[in-house]
Ligand binder design. Structure first.
Ligand code: AMP
Ligand code: GLY
Length: 447
């Protein structure tokens, strides 16, 4: 059986991948930068080391002596750095794109230019600058509300939205210049985009470069505090519904978003950049339908935990089908709603994070509530769990509908203690109601 899997990454997303692979009969060999107790427990063997470093992984015995059958790469950094290329050259096939395809996330300019060149729907107005005087001049005359983004990767944290992260045009100009001058994102380039309004959603797909299988829609919450206040984070939680749509979306909206991802994957193939792995689309549902906010080269985190917790098809089989280029007819998900709530150290998202403090997790009780726990950026020291500066662990409530799943997630949270913080508002009934009302008022064109 070809079932030895090298798993790269240490977060909640990778714990969820490990769980799904293990359930499918895989043997896991994990590389992770912190000791994630969930992954450690599922793995045959694990190594604590820099999972983002291509040269580090290249020199591991598992790779040098081909002791694994394939690799599953969780985070974007190693993919953007060319880890899939290195592993493939070492004789280890990979679920995850090569460097020339991972650029879809690595460069927001590449992604926008690809959509423009191939006439793909869902493109926003965008303008790229490398000169701080030019961006200033452009913005002085620009009439619409706008968003300022570094071209390179900043984990969603470098993006400034007018009315949200800054109020006046002058503040926006100042930040746009700073992105170039201080090299934020590492490319000395800034993208200015028109500001979209609507509701955001995530659509993730499996693809072998040609065949594409869509997953349930998920809505992610990036802002640190309740009512979507505070700094942007990697994501504080997320939910999905039993019908695999969202409360403000129908099947037509889903089909439009799928078509955009299909067109992107086809365009990548035409460009000689065949994309294999998981492709992640972050969209804004606007009055004109779905528009692309960003495209990522991997599962979302937290969104991976929503979809993998209800995946009913063997992930080991899916992985081989992606590698071999014959992704099968059906990838199935249970008809359950899911609510993910991340637990983070108190002060997360600010300069004063409660790092290195102990968190107590009553896993038995969480399980009894009907929830799942996925560990993230914590360190396990002799069975005790300590925070880092990043997200600590997540609970996932599963239920017949969103309300039930949310209640289960909340009960699960009560079995975790320490100097921690979580957003209790995610997926609560009144929040969902407001979203539906907002989107009803927008009157989406569904022709
Ligand atoms: P990104 O890293 O590109 O996903 O941006 C982070 C967050 O900024 C997104 O999740 C959105 O909430 C917001 N954002 C990005 N681009 C736009 C846009 N063109 N219009 C409105 N909001 C945006
Ligand atoms: N949750 C957002 C991301 O994974 O990019």
């Amino acid at each position: 059986m070809m079932n030895k899997v090298l798993l790269i990454g240490a977060g909640g997303r990778e714990h969820a991948i490990a769980n799904a692979l293990k359930k499918s009969g895989a043997k896991i060999y994990a590389v992770m930068k912190n000791k994630n107790p969930g992954i450690a427990r599922l793995a045959e063997e694990y190594i604590i080391g820099d999972h983002n470093s291509v040269s580090y992984v290249k020199n591991l015995d598992w790779v040098k002596f081909k002791k694994v059958d394939f690799a599953f790469i969780g985070p974007e950094a190693p993919l953007i750095n060319g880890m899939a290329d290195m592993l493939d050259e070492s004789g280890i096939p990979v679920v995850g794109p090569k460097k020339n395809a991972a650029i879809i996330e690595g460069s927001k300019e590449f992604m926008r230019d690809l959509m423009k060149k191939h006439g793909i729907d869902g493109l926003v107005d965008y303008y790229v600058f490398t000169n701080s005087k030019k961006v200033e001049k452009f913005l002085i005359d620009y009439k619409k509300p706008f968003v300022v983004k570094p071209v390179g990767v900043t984990g969603g944290k470098g993006v400034w939205v007018m009315g949200d992260h800054f109020k006046t045009k002058e503040e926006g100009i100042k930040y746009a210049k700073k992105v170039i001058e201080e090299n934020i994102g590492g490319e000395r380039k800034v993208i200015i985009e028109e500001k979209l309004s609507g509701e955001e959603f995530t659509l993730q797909v499996f693809t072998d470069g040609r065949n594409i299988k869509g997953m349930p829609l998920v809505q992610d919450f990036k802002r640190a505090y309740e009512r979507d206040k505070g700094p942007n984070t990697g994501g504080m939680g997320s939910y999905s519904m039993e019908n695999h749509l969202l409360p403000f979306m129908d099947e037509k909206d889903y089909a439009k978003a799928m078509k955009i991802l299909e067109d992107i994957i086809a365009a990548m193939r035409r460009e000689g950049r065949t994309y294999k792995g998981v492709l992640y689309g972050q969209f804004m549902l606007t009055a004109e339908g779905p528009k692309v906010i960003e495209i990522n080269c991997r599962f979302g985190d937290p969104e991976a935990m929503n979809v993998l917790s209800i995946l009913d098809t063997n992930l080991l089989d899916i992985s081989w089908e992606i590698i071999e280029g014959h992704l099968r007819e059906k990838v199935l998900f249970k008809d359950l709603a899911t609510v993910v709530k991340y637990i983070v150290p108190a002060g997360y998202g600010t300069a004063n994070v409660n790092k290195g403090t102990e968190i107590r997790v009553n896993e038995k009780k969480i399980e009894q509530e009907g929830a799942i726990v996925y560990y993230a950026s914590v360190n396990d020291e002799n069975g005790r769990i300590y925070t880092t500066t990043s997200r600590s662990l997540a609970v996932v409530g599963l239920g017949k509908n969103l309300n039930l799943a949310e209640q289960i997630a909340e009960r699960a949270l009560s079995h975790v203690s320490g100097k921690i913080y979580a957003r209790h508002d995610i997926a609560k009934a009144d929040m969902i109601k407001k979203k539906i009302e907002k989107m009803n008022a927008i009157k989406i064109n569904r022709r």
